[in-house]
Design a protein around this ligand. Structure first.
Ligand code: ADE
Length: 178
């Protein structure tokens, strides 16, 4: 992405100290969605990156609850891929696989509908932000439980100092490093 697009998206991000609890500096990507041209730049960049680095077709974009649901489907649509949500425990009907993970602030359980990701599928896992990498690693675990392969993890923001990317089993692409 052109550097000025990255700077524009960066300037739109909100920063909230001590949210949702003391000591967390929360990065808010919702303001980006108030500017359709910024959303276009964001999605185009991610799609261009995937198309220029992946030789084979992506079958599924897996988006993480909840902000991964905002732009995961936009990326999936442009790739001609399926979109599959990973949700917090108890939200998805049907047979689910589950994985426990530690967050920057607490513990949680993620689930995926087993029938939604076929064995052998090539998957991109997408979320707005990687912090400690716990939630993305759990999503990768769920993809494995479906006997599919995560070929890349994609984020808008990466909190480099938390080294979350080191927890993941595939390359990581983040637009903005904080
Ligand atoms: N998720 C985990 N850590 C976060 C942070 N610092 N800002 C926004 N989302 C987060």
């Amino acid at each position: 992405m052109a550097q000025h697009d990255i700077e524009r998206i960066k300037s739109l991000l909100g920063t909230h100290e001590d949210f949702p609890k003391k000591g967390i500096v929360f990065k808010d990507m919702f303001p980006v969605f108030q500017d359709p041209t910024a959303v276009e730049a964001l999605i185009s960049n991610i799609v261009h990156h995937i198309n220029s680095t992946q030789a084979e077709k992506i079958d599924v974009v897996v988006g993480l609850d909840a902000r991964g649901f905002l732009f995961g489907p936009l990326v999936a649509l442009r790739l001609g891929a399926a979109f599959v949500p990973v949700r917090k425990q108890g939200k998805l009907p049907g047979e689910c696989a589950s994985a426990v993970y530690e967050k920057e602030y607490g513990q949680d359980v993620f689930e995926i509908q087993k029938s939604a990701v076929k064995p052998g599928a090539r998957v991109i896992v997408i979320d707005d932000l990687i912090a400690t990498g716990g939630s993305a690693a759990a999503a990768g675990e769920l993809v494995k439980k479906c006997q599919a392969t995560t070929v890349e993890y994609v984020f808008i923001m990466e909190l480099d100092f938390l080294k979350g990317a080191e927890k993941l089993d595939a390359p990581v692409y983040s637009l903005i490093h904080l």
